[in-house]
Write a protein that binds this ligand. Structure first.
Ligand code: FAD
Length: 311
């Protein structure tokens, strides 16, 4: 069953990278319900409305303006502009520091002009600082792990609060966690959402979960600020257990989950006094994001495919 799941996942993730599939899906009468389960909406106002609701309910937020793999300067700059607008509005609405932003370097042109992507990310970090909040740099596939971590080191020289993301499916990540577990370092630990070759990544669920626990131990034992991004009930329990073991108060780490996934669990953890941050994506470019969510839970795919055929 594990082999079948791995195969299905890589097929869906291949489709996530296919522009032909994207056209098909984007022009099909996709039930808005499926998209709106996972995405706050297309406009800045939608992002602000959802953020306000979550923050009023005692949750924290990280906002993602959807987009990735940009190959045009004007598009990268437009993404920067949207983040600047968003950060100004978050501050004006009193939603910082409860809300921060998540940024993908590939949306800022990392794949064709790395220097430009770091420069644009710097501008977003500066705006976040002015708004009294922080930026976390999302992690994408393994071909950009090194350049992304290098960029984060550079950003942290001026903006030490800049968050990094490490993925437990990569074989290298346990070592990265040790390196990143230093004082003041904000690290989001997730399993990883891309199709990766066996040479660099664990393939089976069991190996990925075991690696997650080793990484979690390294981060919770260290002096940084771990951000445990998972919906996996077993890993959440282990996070709670390690916090006790390493004598960490509820404000010295946080849980993170995606908008629309296990919202009742997000509430439960917050009610128990844990910090919970919800990752809220918004914008038009929802295709790649949605397909990665489908790959995580193929049971959702049937629902999605049926909605493609519906008018
Ligand atoms: P899984 O084993 O996938 O799921 C555990 C349980 O959670 C499932 O049994 C199910 O009950 C529930 N669940 C999980 N996914 C879904 C779903 N789509 N729909 C419904 N129920 C579901 N990945 C990156 O590669 N880079 C990033 O920068 C990144 N940032 C992230 C930020 C946050 C806040 C989160 C929560 C995840 C992020 N991810 C990122 C995605 C992550 O890598 C995983 O792909 C994703 O979280 C699924 O793994 P899981 O730990 O939830 O465990």
């Amino acid at each position: 069953a594990d082999t079948l799941a791995v195969m299905l996942r890589s097929i869906i993730l291949a489709a996530a990278r296919s522009s032909r599939m994207e056209k098909l899906v984007a022009t099909a009468p996709v039930s808005r319900n499926i998209v709106s389960n996972y995405v706050a909406g297309t406009r800045t106002e939608d992002a602000l409305r959802v953020t306000r609701e979550l923050v009023e309910g005692g949750l924290k937020v990280t906002l993602d303006y959807l987009g990735e793999d940009t190959f045009h300067t004007h598009q990268a700059e437009a993404t920067r502009d949207e983040y600047l607008r968003l950060l100004a509005s978050l501050r004006a609405d009193g939603l910082t520091p409860a809300a921060e932003v998540s940024v993908k370097l590939s949306a800022l042109g990392q794949r064709f002009d790395e220097e430009m992507s770091v420069r644009l990310a710097e501008e977003i970090c500066a705006a976040a600082e002015t708004s009294g909040t922080t930026v976390t740099i999302d992690m994408e596939d393994h071909t950009v792990t090194d350049t992304t971590l290098d960029a984060i080191h550079r950003l942290r020289e001026t903006y030490p609060g800049t968050g990094a993301v490490l993925q437990s499916y990569l074989r290298r990540t346990e070592a990265d966690c040790r390196e990143f577990a230093a004082k003041g370092s904000r690290v989001r630990l997730c399993k990883g959402a891309y199709a990766e070759p066996e040479s660099v990544a664990y393939q089976s669920r069991l190996d990925i979960d075991r690696s997650y626990v080793r990484c979690l131990n390294a981060l919770m034992r260290g002096d940084g600020y771990p951000m445990l991004a998972t919906h996996d009930p077993r890993l959440v329990e282990i996070g709670i257990d390690r916090a006790k073991w390493f004598d960490r108060g509820p404000h010295s780490f946080e849980f993170q989950m995606l908008y629309g996934i296990r919202p009742e669990e997000q509430r439960r953890l917050a009610d128990e006094g844990y910090q919970v941050r919800v990752y809220v994506p918004y914008g038009d470019e929802w295709y790649g994001y949605l397909m990665r969510r489908m790959a995580e839970k193929p049971a959702n795919l049937g629902l999605f495919l049926r909605s493609l055929g519906r008018k």
